[in-house]
Design a protein. Structure first.
Length: 434
């Protein structure tokens, strides 16, 4: 009775109160989830993995590939699970999946290397579906752009923060093997609170539905019909997102090695502090999109933002190489450029696309098509680095890939913008602005 009262009060209260509650719950739930996914990446795990029938592999690369394989598999499962799961079951599913991921970290601690990599596959399998389940509470609302940007800010900040926590835990005497499990345990109590808050968020109102189109679960036939209707534009978008995901995952997983090479080995806090301006800049840029009432105009503006981000990554990398900007400024700039492209795909792009074409669907389905493909690209990049460029330093490899990502994404996102400009029409009776 009391729980129903909380939900009813949110539905009947002011829009500002509902927005603040929803943003706080979603941001914090996903922030806490990162404590079960990313802390292991701060370990160095020196040595090589010698597995029967497989070539020699750097131990840390093996661990990262293992988790990404689980995570990518989860994204393919999520195409079905996230798009079909009823809203009433989302919160319980989130709690169950994170609990399974935490238990897998216990397995990682007790299994010997390199076999503990199996535990990281099991860790990634449930965690890959959390994003879509959390975003399901946010999509289809008038303020979805703002809520989605806030949610994306969570993983930008959380990744560095939980790795800083993990490093501090190791400095306190906890081993690399046990550090991920201990870090997750610290975040369980706040996770329970924020997950309860998220479970109280009411469904979109009639006014939300009128402006952003109804969202409902999609079966396999409906998913296929939607994708094939816009296959050319969606395909180039997904390929561009594969580049972004591979770049983002490399920067994220090897942040410690890159920062150490840049001269920040004795400053573990840099993993967090450098991401704060990136998160703030991305939040402001994407949040501005809420001002666009016309969904087609907003969709094209999002493409412009993504193209601008790719340009920023390439230009700032060149400026760093010629000595025009410092290493810290460069890392912040390429981070901002990356997330100006990566964030919209995860929150506002597909939400606006559905509204612009006017078909009943769910953004979670499209996000997971992109994510599943993106993490396959991430695995491919790691394997290429290990076997194709084993002698190249992390920093040199990252610098070169910064240029590659910049050029390819400018071309692909420009092609996508041209396609969706052609197949969508301006909405009658709408104006841009508040």
């Amino acid at each position: 009775m009391q729980l129903q009262t909380v939900r009813s009060r949110l539905a009947e209260g002011s829009g500002a109160m509902l927005t603040i509650w929803t943003l706080t719950a979603a941001f914090s739930t996903y922030f806490c989830m990162y404590a079960f996914r990313k802390p292991f990446a701060v370990g160095t795990y020196e040595g090589v993995a010698l597995l029967p029938g497989l070539p020699e592999m750097d131990l840390k690369i093996l661990y990262i590939v293992a988790q990404v394989v689980g995570y990518a598999s989860s994204k393919f499962l999520g195409i079905k699970v996230v798009s079909e799961l009823p809203a009433a079951k989302r919160a319980r599913a989130i709690g169950l999946f994170i609990a399974l991921a935490w238990l897998s970290l216990l397995l990682f601690a007790v299994l010997p290397a390199p076999w503990c990599a199996v535990a990281l596959v099991l860790n990634g399998l449930p965690l890959g579906m959390i994003w879509g389940l959390v975003f399901g509470f946010l999509e289809g609302r008038k303020v979805s752009d703002f809520l989605g940007a806030g949610l994306c800010a969570s993983f930008i900040v959380a990744s560095g923060f939980v790795k800083s926590v993990g490093r501090w835990i190791m400095e306190a005497g906890i081993s690399e093997a046990w550090m991920p499990f201990v870090t997750g345990a610290l975040f369980l109590p706040p996770l329970a609170v924020f997950l309860w808050m998220l479970s109280q968020v009411p469904e979109p109102s009639a006014e939300d539905i009128a402006e952003r189109v109804e969202r409902k679960p999609m079966n396999a036939a409906e998913r296929w019909a939607f994708f094939t209707s816009y296959a050319p534009g969606l395909s180039v978008l997904v390929v561009g997102y594969v580049m972004l995901t591979a770049y983002r995952d490399f920067r994220d997983n090897f942040a410690r090695e890159i920062w150490d090479a840049l001269g920040y080995a004795n400053e573990p806090s840099i993993l967090t502090t450098a991401e704060l301006p990136v998160a703030f800049g991305s939040l402001i840029a994407v949040g501005v999109l809420v001002r666009f009432r016309d969904n087609r105009t907003a969709l094209l503006a999002i493409h412009g933002l993504m193209i601008g981000g790719a340009v920023l990554t390439g230009v700032s990398t060149w400026m760093h190489e010629v000595g025009m900007i410092s290493s810290a400024t460069w890392m912040i700039s390429v981070g901002l450029g990356l997330y100006l492209g990566y964030v919209p795909v995860n929150c506002v792009l597909f939400d606006r696309l559905i509204a612009a074409v006017g078909k009943v669907a769910t953004a979670g389905f499209l996000i997971y098509v992109a994510d599943a493909s993106g993490y396959l690209g991430s695995v491919g990049l790691l394997l290429y680095k290990n076997f194709g460029q084993p002698s190249l330093s992390w920093l040199s490899f990252f610098t070169g890939f910064s240029y590659v990502m910049s050029v390819f994404c400018v071309v692909l996102f420009t092609a996508s913008a041209m396609y969706f400009r052609r197949v969508t029409a301006p909405e009658k009776g709408t104006t841009n602005g508040p």
